[in-house]
Design a protein around this ligand. Structure first.
Ligand SMILES: [Zn+2]
Ligand SMILES: [Zn+2]
Length: 477
């Protein structure tokens, strides 16, 4: 079943409302803190019915791994894995010639393997962010590493036995089999941590068949990924000093390992129902998601409810809802404030529109939204020429009007400022700006000089007075 968000047709619908049957993306559902009956975490509610929704499940949200190959390559470039990759490659190279270096190098390899294994497990559970090495890789214990070591040792022992029985040709044949099924074995190992089960041919051979062509694509990808840097490294071996050869070799193999294990985990996630692996995660966490979803505050909830009503075409209800929200002391953040204005404009509700516009203009000028600000101001003075924004916003609007080639409206805005807020300390500034516009843009010398002289006469001690004097001199007054 392929759902798209009821409000955003281009987004996947991850949450389905049991009441209205609509699906919503993660941006549209209302996040509420679960408590009591629902246990820990978040409950996602329908923005229309405000009842808990149902998650469509992994199959409804997960993308085939071959459509997101770039994400696998970029996975190790998060801070945690990147530091680990570089640090381990560097220490490995340093320890190359140190006494007892091999001992520590084994430990470093184990640490890397542990981290990669954790990445696999985490990806398989739907969390596509890399593990944090400090709290997880170091405290996970030796279990995962040991079970993998047991697997590798068992494979080597079996290889030795086969060579004894069937000679080198037998070993080559065995090697090919192992190479093809190794990802399958590692996936099985990650599922239940039992190396004996992972070595069971009935089990590891069945898995690729269950997955189908996807397994082969993954395998080709893993092999190509392994051989490209390996062959590159082989060609530069002669020219690189041993330290650097070891360092770059370590970088490549650590990077490869994390990508490969992450990919295997993702394949397990993608085919979990075919493989019979239970995914308990309640939502896929994308690798580029920085923070986990948080419960919405009242304003964010109101914004989502409004967006829903808007999408439904229930404009009057949306207006009523916002007004109710505000009457209960709820805040109107900019996004919601803009939406409210758009609704009032659409329904041609002039009085509430003019009453709301000064608040909106405060927000718009504060965030330097020039075009929107001038649009709103223009619409308001069209309805009522006496429309008056707050002083700070009005001063900014007048400046932007002058900047965008509207000298006359700018002057009238400065004029409005001086008349409506006569005690404001920026009144001389408003007159000064108006004078500049008269001189520079409207070529009206007399008006400019008159205004400038007026400022000097009315505000002789104002901080701007010297500037005004200079300007007056400059234009020949
Ligand atoms: Zn609903
Ligand atoms: Zn949506």
């Amino acid at each position: 079943m392929k759902n798209t968000c009821y409000i955003h047709p281009t987004m996947d619908g991850k949450w389905v409302c049991p009441e209205c049957g609509n699906a919503f993306c993660s941006d549209c559902v209302i996040n509420r803190e679960a408590g009591g009956y629902y246990g820990q975490g978040l409950i996602r509610c329908c923005p229309g019915c405000v009842v808990p929704t149902n998650w469509v499940g992994v199959s409804g949200t997960i993308k085939p791994f071959w459509t997101r190959i770039d994400k696998f390559f970029s996975y190790p470039f998060h801070a945690n894995p990147l530091i680990l990759i570089i640090a381990i490659a560097f220490l490995d190279a340093v320890l190359l010639s140190a006494p007892l270096g091999w001992f520590f190098r084994v430990f470093l390899s184990a640490l890397m393997l542990n981290y990669a294994y954790l990445a696999l497990r985490r990806s398989a559970q739907g969390d596509l962010t890399p593990p944090k090495m400090y709290d997880e890789a170091l405290t996970a214990g030796a279990g995962p590493v040991l079970s993998q070591l047991v697997l590798f040792v068992l494979l080597a022992v079996a290889g030795g036995m086969i060579t004894g029985l069937a000679g080198v040709l037998g070993l080559v044949f065995y090697g090919v089999i192992v190479m093809f099924f190794l990802p399958s074995m590692l996936i099985i190992l990650a599922m239940d941590g039992n190396p004996i089960r992972a070595m069971n041919p009935v089990v590891f051979m069945a898995l690729p068949f269950r997955i189908g062509g996807g397994y082969f694509i993954m395998w080709v990808f893993l092999v190509c990924l392994l051989f490209a840097p390996a062959s590159l490294l082989y060609t530069v071996e002669a020219v690189l000093p041993p330290f650097w050869y070891e360092f770059f070799g370590g970088l490549f193999s650590n990077y490869y390992m994390i990508v490969a294990y992450h990919l295997m985990g993702y394949v397990l996630l993608q085919y979990h129902d075919k493989i019979g692996y239970e995914v308990k995660y309640e939502d896929i966490k994308q690798s580029d998601e920085q923070t986990a979803a948080k419960p919405d505050n009242r304003a964010a909830e109101a914004a989502k409810r409004t967006t829903f009503l808007f999408a439904e075409g229930k404009y009057d209800e949306a207006i009523e809802y916002i007004e109710q929200h505000r009457a209960q002391g709820g805040e109107l953040p900019q996004e919601l404030s803009e939406k409210y204005y758009a609704l009032l404009k659409m329904k041609n509700k002039k009085a509430p529109l003019l009453a709301h516009a000064p608040d909106l203009l405060d927000q718009l000028t504060e965030s330097n939204a020039k075009v929107k600000t001038l649009d709103v101001y223009g619409e308001c003075i069209k309805i009522d020429a006496a429309f008056l924004p707050e002083p700070k916003a009005l001063l900014k609007i007048a400046g932007w009007l002058a900047e965008t080639g509207n000298p006359k409206i700018a002057i009238s805005a400065y004029n409005k400022f001086a008349k409506s807020y006569p005690d404001n300390r920026d009144v001389p500034l408003a007159y000064f700006r108006a004078a500049q516009i008269f001189h520079d843009r409207l070529m009206n010398q007399d008006k400019a000089k008159g205004l400038l002289k007026g400022i000097l006469k009315k505000f002789p001690d104002h901080a701007i007075a010297p500037k005004v004097k200079n300007y007056l001199q400059y234009i020949g007054g």
